[in-house]
Ligand binder design. Structure first.
Ligand code: A3P
Length: 313
């Protein structure tokens, strides 16, 4: 069925990756061939429950961090942060599933009557299964400065394609990105979709900015915990439970764990865990953008997001 479906879709082979990555356009979203059927099947069959909470993001915007935080916040009665947290021995992506990758596991969890499910997704708002919207499920959307997202995406895709920096020119990756040809589709459509929805339904969508979370982790993790219905009690705050979760999920801690340095996933794509932890530096884009690219992207940011008040430079 997948092969039949793919034949009908526009395809694009990424030249900047020496043709090693081909993506297909499904409902305005460029994606890997094996995700097309998974997305279609989630859209057709997934039945969200009002208590389910979705963690939404454009790839490379802080998904791994958000997953780790939500997992640690919601399981803090079961695990502590020093001795037995699954985050110490598992990639955060293996602690909390992706809708478009692990649908079967999610459906099985639902059958086991888990009260609240926390599920991540890179799907744009307009591609989400209808039942998520109809059930008014809560969503947390993490977003990040587009220039750093571009650089992060560039390295991630380049490493998956096993190409060196010399063999994969950033300028060409830039062009694909600006046209929305990435594994998350168009950055602009993605962020605008969730931003508009958050204005319409502020009680169901929390927007978190990656840079703000780095600057003020305590205030933002508190907001996150409150929003997903797991607020920290005064006793917990006094006992540093929240601060310990912030430390556990910090880049410094997670990126130094053995599992995140040497492990590898065994899904359709064997992605090395280390690729989810690169530098986590704000402003790393300055090492890649020429003056010409800065001018182009700033123009595009103004054009696409100027009216929103979202600050991404
Ligand atoms: P860089 O490539 O700029 O280093 P995603 O999780 O959405 O795939 O995003 C990956 C980006 O988040 C990478 O950025 C990665 O280094 C950074 N990252 C991973 N874990 C993090 C953490 N715990 N805290 C902050 N940033 C993190």
């Amino acid at each position: 069925m997948e092969a039949e479906m793919l034949k009908t879709l526009p395809r694009h082979t990424c030249n900047w990756l020496k043709g090693r990555l081909t993506v297909y356009k499904y409902q305005n979203l460029w994606t890997f061939p094996h995700f097309v059927e998974a997305i279609a099947s989630a859209q057709q069959s997934f039945k969200a429950r009002p208590s389910d909470v979705f963690l939404c993001s454009f790839p490379k915007s802080g998904t791994t961090w958000l997953k780790a935080l939500v997992f640690a916040i919601t399981t803090r009665d079961k695990f502590d942060t020093i001795s037995n947290s699954p985050l110490l021995t598992n990639l955060p992506h293996n602690c909390l599933p992706f809708l478009e990758k692990q649908l079967e596991q999610i459906v099985a969890n639902q059958k086991n009557n888990l009260n609240t499910m926390h599920v991540a997704t890179h799907l744009p708002y307009n591609c989400l299964p209808q039942s998520i919207l109809a059930s008014n499920c809560k969503m947390v959307y993490i977003y990040r400065n587009v220039k750093d997202v571009m650089v992060s995406y560039y390295h991630f895709a380049r490493e998956i394609a096993k190409l060196s920096i010399e063999d994969a020119p950033f300028e060409e990756a830039f062009d694909d990105f600006c046209q929305g040809i990435t594994l998350g589709g168009s950055y602009w459509d993605h962020i605008l979709g969730y931003w508009k929805a958050s204005l319409e339904k502020p009680e169901t969508i929390l927007l978190l900015k990656y840079e703000d979370m780095k600057k003020e982790p305590t205030a933002n993790v508190k907001r996150l915990a409150d929003f997903i219905g797991c607020p920290f009690t005064i006793e917990e705050e006094k006992a540093d439970v929240m601060e310990n979760i912030i430390k556990l999920c910090s880049f410094e801690n997670l990126s130094n764990l053995q599992v995140n340095q040497s492990g590898c996933s065994n899904g359709v794509l064997a992605i090395e865990n280390r690729l989810y932890f690169r530098k986590a530096k704000d402003g790393d884009w300055k090492n890649y953008f020429t003056d010409e690219l800065i001018e182009k992207i700033d123009k595009l940011i103004d054009e696409k997001l100027g009216a929103t008040g979202l600050v991404l430079k």
